[in-house]
Design a binder for this molecule. Structure first.
Ligand SMILES: Cc1ncc(COP(=O)(O)O)c(C=O)c1O
Length: 400
């Protein structure tokens, strides 16, 4: 029995923990770059499940793979061997950066980071972490400890106390913060939640060198950037730097929950039996969804589509920036783009929704766009058109 829009909203508002800034949209269906609400209204989706539906909603191959697997096996614990899991490992081996051959499978980005932190301590025998200002790595106790925003951290302290935050993009600050007790440096190659900031040229390589010199590990959080989003399969390819540990999630399963932590044999080998586990980690459905997602990505070389469409979209957004003084800056890489305005963007988000376009924010003043790579140039042009209407309306209201 389907629920009406009002019923959906009533149930969620009355029963769910009230921890999301919920938008006035009850989604019932999605296909490629479009979603539909309970009243049948269509939206261009530049949120894509917070980046999870990178190859588009309900990709046919992913849906078929899930249907077939659901009829075969849905539950299989990590203490048993599983065909679906082995298929995923084989697939990951074909795309993983060289040297990152060992895998731990979990259920979310935060969990992928949790293991990265634990294994860093285990392997190095050291305690401290260096994280970046504006970072976002999740909200479980460990991942929250390396997440910058004090609003998220403060109510739950004490967290891991040995975390030092340094400004993003400045390797000399990392050098000053490193000590003999630093277990790892954790960094996003492109900061997402913090406002869409791309690592400056040379930065990640310098971090690699600093970590090596100090005997600390380097963790890349590619939970938002991984699997094609920035125009490469992994963002690290833009700079040719390989970390010791790579955290992945979001787009991997096209919306089916999965967290992936990759590391070298020695680093991952420092964990002993029982030191980490997850009941649903490596679940057959998430494994098979990820196999299908990788197949679709590789067959279509979809990271190239992201690069191409990202170029088109960012140049159109930059044109808007030239026409409207309320735009401060357009930033990003591939189909991970941000537009910083000179004021709070909340009412622009709501107005865009009324106009049939779903976009997000990153912080108070930045509009964030994470569309699927199957979005068409004309859909992107519609997004730009609607956004220009909103900017004009905003300018008119300021002038009044
Ligand atoms: C860079 C980054 N790391 C970690 C996370 C946390 O992932 P999850 O929400 O799946 O726990 C996110 C989620 O937005 C993210 O963008």
């Amino acid at each position: 029995m389907s629920l009406s829009r009002d019923e959906i909203i009533r149930w969620e508002n009355s029963q769910l923990a009230d921890v999301y800034h919920r938008r006035n949209l009850a989604v019932v269906r999605g296909k490629d770059a479009l979603i539909w609400d309970a009243d049948g209204k269509q939206y261009i989706d530049c949120m894509a499940g917070f980046g999870a539906a990178f190859i588009g909603h309900c990709n046919e191959k992913v849906v078929k793979a899930l249907q077939t697997q659901a009829e075969k096996l849905i539950a299989c614990h990590g203490s048993l061997y599983s065909e679906a899991r082995a298929q995923l490992l084989r697939k990951l081996a074909s795309i993983a950066p060289k040297g990152l051959d060992k895998v731990f499978l979990s259920n979310s980005g935060s969990e992928a980071v949790e293991l990265a932190l634990k294994v860093s301590r285990k392997f190095t025998g050291k305690k401290e972490f260096i994280a970046m200002m504006r970072s976002y790595h999740g909200k479980t106790m460990g991942s929250l400890s390396v997440t910058w925003n004090a609003k998220y951290r403060a109510p739950f302290e004490p967290l891991i106390p040995q975390v030092k935050f340094v400004p993003y993009g400045r390797s000399e600050e990392v050098r000053k913060a490193l000590t003999a007790d630093t277990a790892a440096i954790i960094v996003e190659p492109v900061q997402g939640e913090g406002g869409v900031y791309v690592a400056p040229e040379g930065y990640l390589k310098e971090l690699r060198e600093l970590a090596d010199r100090q005997g600390a590990l380097l963790i890349f959080d590619e939970i938002q950037t991984g699997f094609g989003r920035t125009g490469k399969m992994f963002a690290l390819e833009h700079w040719n730097v390989t970390p010791d540990i790579l955290c992945l999630a979001k787009a991997a399963g096209s919306g089916v929950p999965i967290g992936i932590t990759l590391a070298g044999e020695e680093v991952m080998g420092s964990l002993k039996i029982g030191e980490h586990s997850a009941t649903f980690g490596g679940n057959p459905l998430s494994c098979i969804a990820t196999v299908a997602t990788i197949d679709v990505l590789v067959e279509g070389r979809l990271w190239e589509a992201a690069a191409r469409l990202g170029k088109h979209f960012s140049s159109r957004l930059r044109e808007l920036g030239e026409r409207h003084r309320i735009v401060r800056e357009v930033r990003g890489l591939g189909l991970m783009l941000g537009m910083e305005l000179r004021f709070d963007v909340l009412d622009i988000l709501n107005k865009m929704l009324e106009k049939g376009v779903l976009i997000m924010n990153a912080g108070v003043k930045t509009l964030r766009f994470l569309p699927p790579c199957v979005i068409s140039p004309s859909q992107l042009d519609t997004v730009v058109e609607k956004l220009e209407e909103c900017l004009r309306e905003k300018e008119a209201s300021i002038a009044r």
